[in-house]
Design a protein around this ligand. Structure first.
Ligand code: NDP
Length: 271
């Protein structure tokens, strides 16, 4: 499919970039180009290798490229881009990090956060119910905040945030309650209620000898355990949860669903 698409590049082809340093490891081009091709969009996603020290110099150049619809943002630029964008959406502002920049109709660069929407879409597409459910969220970093926002927007009743650094969990709960109303979030222990959605949103689980992020003896068959970690697809936490009869949901869904949403988002440029 890629070979077909490359042969179709012509003077009207538009570009989507992905900026980062390093850049060789990114998977977005191979994931999104087949979607653009399948939907008949004459857009090609390419890596743009920009190091931290070069971002400010590159920014006006990116803006001057009229056929650049926007770009994905990966490390180390996610935070620096917030201040460079002409505007950012509410979640990106709260999280303090942007992972997508799009050229809007007036030519301005707007920053977005797609981690949360990608995560929620993944759960919904797998048929899971979020409305009215309790959530135990493990972690209080950028991914956790983005996910918490989207879960509350999707109708989750209450989130307990359990984090190694308790102060960060408390601060996050305060900000969520400011936004969604008192009683929606609190900092607490990693003790899930029956029927809970458990979201593992720390970086624990990538290495086989990583500690478990919670006491898995507390997981039972009424619960759904979801990961942000995509590699390995089956983390130790998910294995332990499945062994206790819980439903499990890999971090891969978050990636796949973000890419789908991104393709749609960039195809709207110039429509
Ligand atoms: P941050 O650095 O912002 O946050 C890291 C979080 O992990 C914090 O809550 C931190 O706790 C916790 N943590 C890290 N190490 C430990 C440890 N040894 N024990 C207990 N807690 C720990 O990272 P992000 O939120 O940006 O990313 C988190 C993970 O999510 C990453 O692995 C990332 O790859 C993944 N991710 C996956 C995506 C996907 O599409 N599947 C998308 C985005 C992120 P503390 O506050 O105490 O330091």
């Amino acid at each position: 499919m890629m070979a077909d698409k490359l042969m179709q590049i012509d003077g009207t082809t538009r570009l989507m970039g992905v900026i980062g340093d390093p850049i060789a490891q990114i998977k977005t081009p191979q994931a999104i180009n087949p979607i653009f091709a399948a939907r008949g969009a004459n857009i090609v996603c390419v890596p743009l290798h920009i190091e931290a020290a070069g971002l400010e110099a590159a920014w006006p150049g990116l803006k001057a490229m009229r056929n650049l619809v926007g770009f994905g943002v990966t490390l180390p630029h996610k935070m620096a881009v917030v201040d460079l964008c002409d505007s950012v959406d509410g979640v990106a502002r709260e999280v303090g990090a942007v992972n997508v920049v799009r050229r809007e109709a007036d030519g301005a660069f707007k920053g977005y956060q797609f981690d949360g929407p990608g995560f929620v879409r993944g759960l919904v597409k797998q048929g899971h119910t979020l409305e009215g459910r309790n959530c135990l969220l493990i972690g209080a970093g950028g991914a956790a905040m983005a996910i918490a926002y989207s879960l509350l927007e999707a109708g989750i009743a209450h989130i307990t945030i359990a984090n190694r650094t308790t102060g960060k969990a408390e601060e996050m709960a305060r900000r969520l309650n400011d936004r969604f109303g008192a009683g929606h979030a609190e900092a607490g222990e990693a003790t899930p209620k029956p029927g809970a959605l458990i979201v593992q949103a720390t970086s624990i689980g990538m290495k086989p000898d990583d500690a478990l992020p919670m006491d898995v003896a507390l997981v039972d068959s009424t619960m759904l355990v979801a990961e942000v970690i995509a590699k390995p697809e089956m983390t130790r936490l998910l294995e332990e949860a499945a062994a206790r009869g819980a439903q499990t949901h890999s971090g891969m869904h978050m990636i796949h669903n973000q890419v789908d949403l991104l393709a749609e988002h960039f195809m709207q440029v110039g429509r």
